[in-house]
Design a protein around this ligand. Structure first.
Ligand code: THU
Length: 124
């Protein structure tokens, strides 16, 4: 399932709309019953309206009626891994809880952290 999730995130990344940062990100979430929803970052000329790939993937799952999300995967082209931004951490906590977050780059390197590691003392 890990490979499938990574593939979905890599594929979604190709659709990233990132003309301002040139930083393309893909994300995928796994539902409890095995479905995968993916997303890419979608930027805007106002910058502040930009949506990260993680939030797009999670909101797609929620809007399709899937609320039990058990894994998150993020793919970007970087030497270091791309952890979710603060806003996405809070959104991941809201809908996924303390799930594993798999971060990968295009070289195939990967690292998994838990949401609680990234967001200690979450607001809830
Ligand atoms: N971005 C994501 O989509 N996910 C992350 O985890 C970090 C940042 C996007 C937002 C923006 O379009 C670009 O990366 C540069 O910050």
């Amino acid at each position: 399932m890990t490979e499938k999730l990574l593939r979905a995130a890599r594929q979604a990344r190709k659709n990233a709309y990132a003309p301002y940062s040139q930083f393309q990100v893909g994300a995928a979430v796994l539902t409890k019953d095995g479905r995968i929803f993916s997303g890419c970052n979608v930027e805007n000329s106002t910058y502040g309206l930009t949506l990260c790939a993680e939030r797009v993937a999670i909101f797609k799952a929620i809007s399709e009626g899937y609320r039990q999300l058990i894994r998150v995967c993020i793919v970007a082209e970087s030497d270091k891994f791309t952890p979710p931004c603060g806003a996405c951490r809070q959104i991941i906590w809201e809908f996924c809880g303390d799930v594993p977050i798999l971060m990968a780059n295009l070289k195939g390197e990967r690292k998994t952290v838990s949401c609680a590691e990234l967001l200690p003392l979450p607001f809830e």
